[in-house]
Design a protein around this ligand. Structure first.
Ligand code: GDP
Length: 394
């Protein structure tokens, strides 16, 4: 019985995606026909792939390293241009090459130390301390450079949680809509919390923000009473950024000052947590305080500056160092942190005058952390964690 006329592509290994012989059937689309084709293929002995199995096989066959496998997933899931760019750069092995260089540095340092262990009485004397010091300094700065923007890199996947806060009528919903502009169409009500909040993904220059408006509280005056400010604390405590709204020219009420004191980051060096927005600036000539941003959704005043300040508050580091390969996952950051801590332990042990063979074990640990990161050595649970998040067929 004829099911469909399909395009069948044969990819002989090892030049295929997985490195194995691969057959791809492109049937007509829709919901039923592909399913019927699949049923027919399963009936003659094929089985469904595990999530991420194709990429996992590509990894096991040496077609990609583990960081490239993760970048493949980033590329598929990217909802922001910056993450998409980072994923493409990593598919070209940008981060992998950096990690390989660091690993190479570690191996050379171990060789230097081994030389001192094996030939302590060599005529040329031990390896000069300065050489070891210089090698460590360069390793450390290489690792730290990659780690510096890792927290920002991780925000690229879901977007920086940005909560618009303020009293009822302060202009929050209007600001939410104005920031989204043309993108208003993708606003979705949060499942289970439809009355509490709506959320939309906002892209500012390709950098993603998860913009949350808690307009739903208007329907529940008793919550407004009890909270004073109509935003759920749960959101605020998780927020990467808060846009605090108050009408231009109006002195802040006590509970608003309390709100700012509670949620602003006291540490001037730390990341900005709260941007103070003065709404409806078209109704006021007063420019407001220096740390306030006057905004009007009627005239558009201040919207460009607000976007710029949002970028600066959340993605300052990434924008400043666009050339540095991005660390976009917790797994990657943790491995680098382990390597950095092992290098510190090495320095401490060396400073304490411990025997060179003891000191050197810390460098082996650092090397192992980097090798797990890139997948030169792997453990099943690392692979399971990496590939579990893939969908079937990738
Ligand atoms: P929310 O309760 O904080 O979400 O406030 P809304 O966004 O619903 O705005 C409350 C009222 O202020 C509405 O009538 C808006 O039209 C008005 N409003 C909001 N922003 C502006 C603005 O920039 N200029 C002026 N003139 N009115 C505004």
């Amino acid at each position: 019985m004829l099911i469909d006329r399909a395009l069948v592509t044969w990819f002989p290994g090892p030049a295929s995606y997985t490195g194995e012989d691969l057959l791809e059937i492109g049937s007509h689309g829709g919901s039923l026909t592909p399913q019927l084709v699949l049923d027919a293929v399963l009936a003659v002995g094929a089985r469904m792939a595990e999530p991420g199995e194709f990429t996992r096989r590509a990894y096991l066959n040496g077609k990609v390293d583990l960081l490239q496998a993760e970048a493949t997933l980033d590329l598929i899931e990217a909802r922001s241009v910056v993450l998409q760019r980072a994923a493409i750069a990593q598919l070209e092995r940008g981060l992998s090459r950096r990690i390989e260089d660091l690993r190479q540095g570690l191996i050379e340092l171990q060789a230097l130390l081994a030389y001192s262990i094996d030939f302590p009485d060599e005529d040329e004397g031990p390896v000069p301390e300065e050489r070891v010091d210089a090698a460590i300094a360069s390793l450390r700065s290489g690792i730290e450079e990659l780690l510096r923007n890792a927290p920002e890199g991780e925000l690229l996947r879901d977007g920086a949680l940005t909560v618009i806060a303020g009293r009822p009528n302060a202009g929050k919903s209007s600001l939410f809509n104005a920031l989204l502009g043309q993108e208003r169409a993708i606003v979705t009500e949060l499942p289970g919390t439809t009355r509490d909040a709506i959320e939309a993904l906002l892209s500012v220059d390709g950098y993603p923000f998860r913009l949350v408006d808690t307009a739903g509280y208007r329907d529940r005056p008793e919550r407004i009473e009890s909270l004073g400010i109509e935003v759920a604390e749960a959101y605020l405590s998780r927020a990467d950024l808060i846009l605090f709204c108050a009408e231009s020219g109006r002195p802040l009420a006590d509970n608003e000052e309390e709100f700012l004191a509670k949620w602003s980051d006291g540490d001037a060096e730390g990341p900005t947590r709260v941007l103070r927005v003065r709404t409806k600036s078209d109704l006021q000539t007063d420019a407001g305080a220096e740390d306030e941003i006057p905004v009007s959704v009627e005239t558009g005043q201040g919207l460009v500056e607000l976007r710029e300040r949002m970028l600066e508050a959340v993605y300052h580091g990434l924008r400043a160092e666009e050339e540095t390969p991005l660390v976009t996952r917790r797994r990657q950051a943790r491995a680098l942190e382990r390597a950095r801590d092992d290098v510190s332990s090495f320095e401490a042990a060396r400073g304490a005058g411990l025997p060179p063979e003891v000191v050197a074990t810390h460098l082996q640990d650092a090397q192992l952390a980097l090798e797990e990161l890139i997948g030169i050595v792997d453990t099943e649970d690392v692979l399971d964690a990496v590939f579990a998040s893939f969908c079937i067929g990738k």
